[in-house]
Design a protein around this ligand. Structure first.
Ligand code: NAD
Length: 471
């Protein structure tokens, strides 16, 4: 492991005097510091990206695909080192950190298989007309702390394969793994094509305002997304906003309760609930409500939570102190409102832990249901009527994803058609794919990442036509 991580700008290491402390969420202790980039380093990174742009834009698509595929290899070859670092800064158990690395590698490989060929609109005796998908230029990528590597890789793969150059900023809470990836790619990616800079709270707004950046690809909360959109108006930047969610699960009585409880459990509690597409409220049919609560209770009480670097812990801490406080506040409010809480065990002191928590039948309009908890908390609500449950699921200002659990595929598809979300998964959850567009409706986002539509969002269509003389 590199002792002292540095920024990557123009293919070279850059350090700063100002430092950003990194804490291990399993203990709360500072264990490292990284560069705290400011305006000067950002300007330097944008200039490097600008200098590299024309050459990278003119590099054939197949070569760019090969490079993105090679990035996948680098992620794979260095997975052990990166996963250890990821567990330390993010908190997730090592096996899941390895899973994130393997997902990121696979994402590069799959994205490298995609193509955006020219589209011939007209080709006849009087005119030839073609639409090409050209890169935007300099992209600013801003990623969150829950899946620092995977979500940064989405931006790297799509921006680079489409011929853009990138200035990437990880979250100040989890800067290390992405900085390290930047270091590992210095010999792989042409200088300036991928620049990685870490910094504190001021750096994100500097990027969204920067006149040299043509597009912002942002993943984070809806509150920040609104600020990004306002700030990007300065030079009318292109925007992709992947924001928060309040995903509903709808569980019908024709399912196998025990098997579905397990799937629902992981749909809500993977990464200790810190997943944008985690189930954040579950509507369970009246006929199976009690058995479902019992099955989930058994899982909540038996699933070990603790330091992710220690074997045997299936779930880790909340990633940072402010988020810990937000989750605790919601659980406390629920307790004070008299809700029935079922809780698992979590380390009592040291580290940012919240025990797994089921909230049984809270008020539909209570904060624990209406707000994105982004922690290991799942409200369980009862329903008996299909139309009613669809209306309740849609009664949210978020619209990221939803799940439907039923043995009846027709019913699943019928409900999927009525849910106001970007994705619906039936009898599975979090089934994202590098080949399928992914994004949120309403306040869960603007635009999509992944798939052909995701690549298009990194391009500007240009239409060229040639007037041909009539025969
Ligand atoms: P956040 O909005 O606090 O921060 C995200 C990133 O934005 C960080 O890098 C941060 O430094 C930066 N940032 C903060 N203020 C900024 C500003 N004013 N201008 C520009 N950048 C700024 O989000 P978070 O707490 O890191 O992540 C959790 C949230 O992200 C949750 O709401 C979750 O649902 C969402 N999320 C969404 C997706 C998705 O694909 N839709 C995926 C993962 C997480």
């Amino acid at each position: 492991m590199t002792e002292k991580l540095t920024l990557t700008i123009g293919g070279k290491p850059v350090d700063t005097k100002a430092r950003l402390e990194v804490r291990n969420p399993a203990s709360g202790d500072v264990f490292a510091d990284v560069p705290d980039a400011g305006r000067a380093e950002l300007d330097q990174a944008v200039a490097a990206a600008r200098a590299a742009f024309a050459g990278w834009r003119d590099t054939p698509w197949a070569e760019r695909q090969a490079l993105v595929s090679r990035i996948g290899d680098v992620l794979k070859e260095n997975a052990e080192e990166l996963a250890r670092m990821l567990t330390r800064e993010q908190g997730k158990p090592t096996a899941q950190a390895l899973g994130e690395l393997s997902g990121a590698a696979g994402w590069c490989k799959a994205t490298a298989s995609l193509d955006l060929p020219d589209r011939v609109i007209e080709d006849n005796d009087s005119r030839y007309c073609v639409t090409r998908y050209e890169p935007i230029g300099i992209v600013g990528g801003i990623s969150p702390w829950n899946f620092p590597v995977l979500l940064s890789t989405w931006k790297i793969a799509a921006a680079l394969v489409t011929g853009n150059t990138l200035v990437l900023k990880p979250s100040p809470f989890t800067p290390m793994t992405v900085l390290r990836l930047g270091e590992l790619l210095r010999d792989v990616v042409p200088p300036g094509v991928l620049n990685v800079i870490s910094g504190g709270d001021a750096l994100g707004p500097m990027m969204t305002e920067h006149p040299g950046i043509g597009k912002i690809s942002f993943t984070g909360s809806s509150a920040t997304g609104r600020k990004v959109m306002a700030s990007a108006a300065g030079n009318l930047k292109r925007l992709t906003l992947e924001l928060g969610g309040n995903d509903a699960a709808i569980v019908f009585p024709d399912v196998d309760v025990e098997a579905t409880a397990k799937k629902l459990f992981w749909s809500a509690f993977s990464n200790s609930g810190q997943v944008c597409i985690a189930t954040k409220r579950a509507y369970v049919h009246d006929d199976i409500f009690e058995p479902m609560v019992s099955a989930l209770t058994a899982l909540v009480r038996s699933t070990p939570m603790g330091d992710g670097s220690q074997q045997g812990n299936a779930l880790g801490p909340i990633q940072n102190q402010p988020q810990l406080e937000r989750v605790r506040e919601l659980v406390d409010a629920s307790q004070q409102a008299g809700d029935t809480l079922v809780q698992g065990k979590a380390p009592a002191d040291g580290g940012y832990f919240v025990p797994l928590t089921l909230v049984v039948e809270p008020q539909e309009d209570s904060p624990i249901v209406v707000k994105e908890q982004f922690g290991p908390v799942l409200p369980l609500l009862r329903f008996s009527d299909e139309d009613d449950v669809v209306a309740r699921a849609n009664r949210s200002d978020m619209g990221l994803a939803a799940t439907v659990w039923t043995a009846d595929e027709d019913r699943g598809l019928r409900i999927a058609g009525k849910l106001e979300t970007g994705s619906v998964w039936i009898n599975e959850s979090m089934a994202i794919s590098p080949l399928a567009p992914f994004g949120g409706r309403k306040q869960s986002g603007v635009g999509v990442e992944n798939g052909i539509e995701g690549l298009m969002a990194y391009t500007e269509p240009k239409t060229i036509s040639i007037k041909r003389s009539p025969p």
